[in-house]
Design a protein around this ligand. Structure first.
Ligand code: PMP
Length: 285
């Protein structure tokens, strides 16, 4: 069965699905995206993903291509046509197609692309043994809160991680503080027992998984500090972990080759992961 993509009103086999070469997404990375997990054929946390999409579009003054109800139908239909039980749906909106000029075109028609793909659960070893991260300079712009398709620094950071045999790169700002991963949010359980993650400001993407986990942490009555932390704090931490739609909650056990605590997944991380998976299994949308 060929993979089916939705492009501006049509469902097409992937090989025939295309956008114009003067699409501003291609020319300027002038667009935004979302990745929504699919579990048992259902979209997980669809509402906060669509809220973040609307916010990203608003910040860039890109007109929403569809009303929310129509977009939801396209997301479901793309998932159904690709027969995805477990995987993700990808949605990208660009400012549209126009002769190349940096300034906005007069009345652009936004481009909407939706694809869906299957994915297996994370490698059980990542969960049982944890993953390694390396650090990389955060060379991104100052609007990382917008989920823009302009991902070159993230691409370079992830490649650094891959070449170092690590799962992720944790990006570090000029003041030596960890902002976030290249495609995930970064967390530690600090030496004082507080769960620490960077505040949701312009320096990070406010992950939907991050938000779900914050709800869980509050419900469980754990201490949460939304503040930046340093690499030295990671090395002195009791536990570390990362979160994202595709990775769920994964223990981080090494940073730049140095074990975090005893080099094994932490108990609190395992507890939070289980609680997050229960939230996903409940399938609230
Ligand atoms: N930060 C960045 C830079 C990301 O690309 C992602 C993945 N979209 C995240 C954090 C995690 O966000 P979410 O939990 O919504 O997948």
């Amino acid at each position: 069965m060929p993979h089916i993509a939705y492009v501006d009103g049509a469902y097409l086999p992937l090989a025939q699905a295309a956008v114009h070469i003067e699409d501003r997404g291609f020319q300027f990375a002038d667009g935004v995206y979302e990745v929504i997990a699919v579990r048992s054929g259902r979209l997980i946390d669809e509402a906060p993903h669509l809220a973040r999409l609307a916010r990203s579009l608003g910040e860039l003054r890109i007109r929403p291509p569809r009303g929310e109800a129509a977009l939801k139908i396209v997301l479901r239909e793309t998932t159904r046509r690709n027969r995805i039980e477990r995987g993700s749906v990808y949605v990208q909106v660009t400012r549209g197609t126009a002769p190349r000029d940096h300034a906005f075109p007069a009345s652009p028609e936004p481009t909407l692309v939706v694809t869906a793909r299957r994915a297996r659960p994370p490698d059980p070893r990542f969960v049982e043994e944890g993953v390694a991260v390396v650090t990389a300079a955060d060379i991104r712009w100052r609007r990382c809160d917008i989920k823009s398709v302009s991902l070159l620094p993230n691409v370079l950071g992830k490649q650094e991680a891959r070449e170092a045999g690590a799962f992720e790169a944790w990006q570090v700002d000029a003041a030596g503080r960890v902002t976030e991963g290249t495609s995930s949010n970064a967390w530690i359980v600090a030496a004082d027992g507080a769960i620490v993650t960077h505040p949701a400001n312009h320096a990070i993407l406010n992950g939907v998984t991050r938000l779900a986990l914050i709800d869980i942490i509050r419900r469980e009555g754990c201490r949460l500090d939304e503040r930046a932390f340093t690499i030295a704090e990671v090395k002195a931490a009791r536990e570390a972990f990362l979160t994202s739609t595709t990775a769920d909650v994964l223990p981080v056990v090494r940073i730049d080759g140095v074990p975090v605590a005893n080099g094994h997944p932490g108990l609190l991380t395992q507890k939070l992961r289980a609680a997050y998976l229960a939230h996903v299994a409940a399938g609230d949308a």
